[in-house]
Design a protein around this ligand. Structure first.
Ligand SMILES: Cc1cc2nc3c(=O)[nH]c(=O)nc-3n(C[C@H](O)[C@H](O)[C@H](O)COP(=O)(O)OP(=O)(O)OC[C@H]3O[C@@H](n4cnc5c(N)ncnc54)[C@H](O)[C@@H]3O)c2cc1C
Length: 384
């Protein structure tokens, strides 16, 4: 089988498929360097529960429960740490309106049965003493954990190689079919790869592969996001857990890593396939993060990374069989690609094994969008 795209989703599928005895190739010119490289690695079923997204929230809870075993297996297979941390997450509000918004969200999360509890301002500062005294209150999500996204990607690359996955350093131009079945994929470099099964996992570019019949083209669009990576200098204090903030109607988060560094995120902009770093949005993000956590001034700014989240029309993943025969789509993971990668890999392997469908992904099949498709054209995607 051939996996088109080596981000966290494609690599997780390739690894799991190879460990069950399949012969697997991943085609990607820059595996691991897409959205998966820019991400923060939060595994956040509660923090990412948004009004009106109940089926996705339920999938996210199941996905979070799958992570500890996935992390353990991946660490064993790659002989490296993926930085899984189960410290929980604190959501804090700054002004009165932010507090109201946090309370409204909390009510919805509790209705969904998510593990969340309301905290006063002093309880927030007791948990994280370095937060600004201006915090007006918040909530704790004990089951929102994190991994180091880049450590996960590196571990997946190693685990794939150890399991015999072949890496083809190229981009897929198109899928070629014969009598309704997949025959090969053509590569941009001029070659081709004979294959009868293709997993389309090219993130935000998944709608741009030629030869996919229009009803099967996943309607994904790129949603640009920026994270900042910061290093602690000297005796700078850090956070004990991930902190998400509602700051004057905007959102930001600070994710502490085991080595004392911090990931600050994230912006969200619809600018097509443009990966440049926006000055205005970066300044606002940094100002909000500093307001929450004044000790940020003692950190050194190491890197700004942008990535393109694969957004779908309902913000949920698109996973399932599609025509022609032999095609499985695994994309549209938007804000939750790390959280959802293990359960997506399980589902895709089950489909490849012949399962008629996978219950957890029934609400998220490619057919749910009907014949109207909103994906970019290959020409638009050329601006990568
Ligand atoms: C700023 C930011 C923060 C985020 N934070 C989180 C978070 O905390 N938690 C979380 O769960 N998610 C987070 N996400 C979302 C997560 O990063 C994505 O959902 C996830 O990375 C998607 O994985 P993917 O494998 O589908 O796509 P990608 O990682 O983008 O990988 C797609 C791959 O396909 C390849 N490709 C493209 N076209 C072709 C082609 N024609 N042929 C072959 N290969 C091709 C690309 O080179 C790329 O390597 C964040 C995203 C961003 C941008």
């Amino acid at each position: 089988m051939t996996v088109v795209g080596g981000g966290v989703v494609g690599l997780s599928i390739a690894w799991q498929a190879a460990t069950t005895g399949r012969s697997v190739a991943v085609v990607d010119a820059e595996p691991g360097r897409g959205s998966s490289w820019a991400a923060a690695g939060m595994l956040a079923p509660a923090g990412e529960a948004h009004f009106g997204e109940d089926p996705l929230a339920r999938l996210n809870v199941a996905a979070a429960a799958r992570w500890p075993a996935f992390a353990r297996d991946l660490e064993e297979a790659s002989d490296s740490s993926v930085g899984y941390r189960a410290d929980g997450t604190l959501l804090v509000a700054v002004d009165h309106a932010d507090r109201q918004a946090v309370d409204d969200l909390l009510r919805y999360q509790l209705e969904l049965g998510l593990d969340a509890s309301r905290l006063t301002a002093s309880e927030c500062r007791h948990l994280e003493p370095l937060l600004t005294p201006g915090v007006s209150g918040g909530a704790e999500f004990r089951h929102d954990h994190q991994v180091d996204n880049r450590a996960v990607v590196r571990a997946l690359l190693d685990a794939c190689r150890a399991a015999g996955v072949v890496f083809v350093s190229d981009r897929v131009r198109g899928i070629v079919t014969r009598r309704g079945r997949i025959e090969r994929v053509d590569l941009e470099g001029g070659g081709f790869r004979a294959t009868v099964a293709v997993v389309l996992a090219a993130g935000a570019w998944s709608g741009t592969i030629a030869g996919v019949p229009s009803p099967s083209v996943p309607p994904v669009r790129p949603v640009r996001g920026l994270t900042l990576r910061l290093r602690a200098e000297g005796t700078t204090g850090t956070l004990a857990r991930t902190v998400r903030g509602a700051v004057h109607g905007r959102h930001c988060y600070l994710v502490p890593r085991n080595d004392g560094s911090l990931v600050v995120g994230a912006t969200s902009e619809e600018k097509g396939f443009d990966l440049s770093v926006p000055v205005g949005a970066t300044a606002v993000l940094l100002a909000d993060a500093r307001e929450l956590f004044p000790a940020l001034d003692e950190y050194a700014l190491v890197e700004l990374a942008t990535g393109l989240r694969p957004g779908s029309p309902d913000n949920a993943p698109i996973v399932g069989r599609a025509s022609p025969e032999g095609l499985v789509v695994a994309t549209g993971h938007y804000r939750n690609g790390f959280l959802l990668a293990p359960v997506t890999a399980d589902a895709v392997v089950a489909l490849l094994d012949g399962a008629p469908d996978v219950e957890a992904f029934r609400p998220f099949t490619p057919e749910r969008f009907g014949p109207e498709r909103a994906g970019p054209t290959p020409a638009e995607a050329g601006a990568r």
